[in-house]
Ligand binder design. Structure first.
Ligand SMILES: *Cc1c(COP(=O)(O)O)cnc(C)c1O
Length: 392
């Protein structure tokens, strides 16, 4: 079937309502810094049940300013997961600080609280747990560690918009100081590129606003100049070294329109997960992802884990699936395996569970745009490929 469409591991769903929303902003007076940015922020924070949201140009930018707002400095260490996209650790390097990798739990692939504790010392300033594949981390335990050691917790929730931890929406910051989202096209909703930081702390919120836009404020009550009566309306102050991490109004219009559909997207993902569960039940080739008690995953990814016999054949399996138009991917190469991190002194073997997970993992297609036919095809090809490999 050479012309069969490619089924990616994840992708955006953009419909005519999204196009209308973007189109109307493109015809308005504001392409950036207009009313849609704060509308998007308000809708995000109320969806997640947090006080404040700051929308920015990417999830990476969101992580960067979250780390700066947290006060992470060159002498600090920040504990994060090794099994994540490099951005979760790079944001620590941007601040001149040192990322410390704490090994994961084998089933959820989330950071293991016991391993966080083992890595805490007096330099530790913050934790960046990552809700891998949209499955919430053990936030209750992480919060206990946070309180005991007086640490800042920044949730890397870039996979997890719409997920739920014992009744609290991820992003509510009930167990943390800040939560970071990404709106890259493969993530739960998209703005093209985009991200956000959510928080319940006013002090962090105000710093995030400054950092997003050059460290400049136009609010008179915040000026360092005492006699504000004598200053003109054009006046503004740059109070710290910020960035241009702004997001545009038309991206936020897309975000608003997408957010309205998020629950529907997740409902469809859950239907697919249930179909996969039934169809792959008790198979001899791989283990399925889990959903822990009391949590609801946003199912950003569907990570299968190869059983022992198939680990050495992963490349072959991957190639065969891709040849058959199944857009599998691997999440993730342990961050510290990358040459840049190796040069900083991190060694292979540091987090054996993350390394093992990486050897076993393949993400198979899971997104709201998949039809029942796509699902059937995906499952059939996966069984065909494994049956073939088994005998070779
Ligand atoms: C996508 C992603 C990011 C970065 O988000 P961008 O919007 O692409 O900058 C950070 N962390 C994780 C775990 C991600 O998957």
């Amino acid at each position: 079937m050479p012309n069969r469409k490619f089924i990616p591991y994840s992708r955006q769903s953009v419909d005519s309502d999204d196009l209308k929303a973007v189109n109307s902003v493109l015809h308005s007076d504001w392409l950036t810094q207009g009313p849609k940015v704060s509308e998007f922020e308000n809708r995000l924070s109320s969806y997640c049940n947090a006080q404040y949201a700051v929308a920015v140009s990417s999830g990476t930018a969101a992580l960067h300013i979250a780390c700066l707002a947290a006060g992470i400095e060159p002498c600090n260490e920040v504990i994060t997961s090794p099994l994540t996209f490099v951005a979760s650790a790079n944001c620590v390097l941007y601040c001149g600080a040192r990322p410390v990798f704490a090994d994961i739990q084998q089933d959820s692939a989330n950071i293991e609280p016991v391993n966080i504790k083992k890595n805490i010392n007096r330099k530790t300033k913050a934790l960046i747990p990552v809700h891998f594949a949209g499955h919430p981390c053990d936030l209750g335990e992480i919060n206990k560690i946070r309180k005991k050691h007086n640490l800042i917790v920044i949730e890397d929730a870039t996979h997890a918009l719409g997920a739920d931890y014992v009744g609290a929406k991820i992003g509510s910051c009930k167990y943390s100081d800040m939560s970071v989202f990404s709106f890259h096209p493969v993530k739960p909703i998209t703005t093209g590129e985009g991200g956000a930081v959510l928080t319940n702390r006013k002090d962090l919120y105000e710093r995030l606003l400054l950092l997003r836009s050059h460290g400049i404020t136009k609010e008179r009550r915040k000026f360092s100049v005492k006699n504000t009566k004598s200053i003109g309306v054009w006046f503004y102050e740059m109070q710290e070294l910020g960035f241009n991490y702004r997001i545009t109004d038309f991206q936020c219009a897309l975000g608003i329109s997408q957010l309205k559909k998020l629950d529907r997207f997740i409902k469809r993902r859950r239907e697919i997960v249930e179909k996969y569960r039934k169809l792959f039940l008790d198979n001899d080739y791989f283990d399925l992802p889990i959903e822990g008690k009391g949590v609801k995953s946003s199912w950003h990814l569907y990570p299968i884990r190869l059983k022992n016999k198939y680990i050495s054949k992963k490349s072959l399996i991957f190639d065969e699936l891709r040849k058959n138009r199944i857009g599998v991917q691997v999440h993730y190469i342990p961050v510290y395996w990358h040459p840049y991190y190796r040069k900083l002194g991190y060694k292979k073997g540091l987090c054996p569970k993350a390394e093992e997970f990486y050897q076993r993992e393949i993400s198979i297609p899971l997104h709201q745009g998949m039809s029942d036919k796509d699902i059937k095809y995906t499952v059939r090809i996966i069984f065909d490929v494994f049956n073939k490999i088994k005998s070779c």
